[in-house]
Design a protein around this ligand. Structure first.
Ligand code: NAD
Length: 338
């Protein structure tokens, strides 16, 4: 069986490519290698005869058409994914996350054979009041340019399903953590900064709540959906762990794991439009027999150890982004404390 994975050099995609190869799939990985990618994530796959890497963009219609032809499955992880960056420049998010998905859908429509699995997010629902959980049919209320672009992609996917009868599935994941994630994201950033005894910029009161799943559990869930076959695949399926934590709890736990004082945690000006809470109802997936295996406490401890050993990316562009995103906020927090 043949699969086109897009965004395979990123965080989730790199874990998924390795799993698919282990399961015997012929994998083509299309990735345009943005700042968030790391080809070294897939160094171990390079010599696998079932693996092929193509450096290219999901918005490149002729290339996508050529690559989709003959595939059984297209698994789309290619996206701009950092919410903070979507506030700085939304256009790149619309291009990759919406236009790119339409380009994939057109190629699949033209090919007439491959199925699509589109990776989406719990963020499409916006903030969910406690104790509610979002079921698959909850209306979208995205708050950020990132989540709006993911919701827009989902609407296109649903339109192609309804209009052209395309075999398409949407998987909505909660927050994912584990090795290979870019250092800009919350857990890698706090793990790396606390290790270096740098202040940890925590947005607002830190009481925003997220649901966290280890990347290995997410990959197993996706593999199970693929195995379950087309009848169960079509429509939307939620992949949540039920492990819900506030950001401040996680920041404190990371300090504890790195044996650093909680005083490193610095409350800074909140992000505009910051959702308070996400929570998925994942009973549909659980009824297929899936359950997460990595308890959050264990997974977080392993992940922090991994970032302590693997966080030395010397990247001037990232340093400049960190200055833009946090320097003024941290200075504001220091002044407020005086
Ligand atoms: N990480 C999470 O917590 C999480 C949670 C829910 C859903 N998701 C979704 O899962 C998917 C993967 O997320 P991730 O965290 O692995 O992202 P990531 O940022 O780590 O990786 C994205 C990859 O896509 C590639 N890419 C970006 N634009 C591209 C384009 N136009 N053409 C080809 N390749 C392109 C990048 O080079 C990178 O390798 C995304 O759709 C994201 O919205 C992520």
């Amino acid at each position: 069986m043949k699969v086109l994975v897009t965004g395979g050099c990123g965080f989730i995609g790199s874990h998924m490519v390795r799993q698919l190869l282990a399961d015997g799939w012929q994998v083509t990985n299309l990735d345009n290698l943005t700042y968030a990618s790391n080809p070294a994530n897939l160094a171990s796959a390079m010599d696998d005869p079932g693996y092929r890497f193509v450096h290219g963009d999901i918005c490149d219609a002729p290339l996508v058409k050529e690559l989709v032809a003959g595939q059984d499955l297209v698994l789309n992880f290619a996206a701009e994914t950092h919410v903070d960056r979507s506030l700085l420049g939304p256009a790149a998010f619309v291009r990759a996350n919406v236009e790119g998905v339409v380009c994939l859908l057109e190629a699949i429509r033209d090919d007439g054979h491959a199925e699509l699995i589109q990776m989406s997010t719990d963020e499409v629902f916006g903030s969910v009041p406690d104790p509610e959980e979002s079921a698959e049919d909850r209306p979208f209320r995205p708050s950020s340019p990132y989540s709006a672009s993911k919701a827009a992609a989902e609407l296109q996917v649903a339109a192609y399903r309804t209009t052209y009868g395309l075999p398409v599935t949407v998987l909505r994941g909660c927050n994912v953590y584990g090795p290979n994630q870019h250092l800009e994201k919350f857990i890698p950033l706090f793990a790396a900064r606390s290790m270096r005894r740098e202040p940890l910029p925590l947005y607002g009161d830190g009481l925003q709540q997220r649901e966290w799943i280890h990347v290995s559990d997410l990959v197993h869930a996706i593999s199970m959906v693929i195995r379950a076959g087309s009848e169960t695949q079509r429509g939307a399926i939620h992949i949540g762990s039920g492990e819900r934590r506030t950001n401040i709890e996680i920041a404190q736990r990371i300090c504890d794991l790195n044996e650093r004082p909680h005083e490193l945690i610095t409350h800074v000006k909140d992000r505009a439009g910051h959702d308070r809470r996400y929570a998925l109802d994942s009973s549909r997936l659980r009824s297929l027999g899936w359950a997460p295996e990595v308890p959050f406490e264990h997974g977080l401890a392993r992940t922090v150890v991994w970032y302590v050993a693997n966080s030395s990316r010397d990247d001037p562009a990232f340093a400049s982004y960190l200055r833009e995103q946090y320097e003024v906020r941290l200075a504001g927090a220091a002044n407020a404390a005086k």
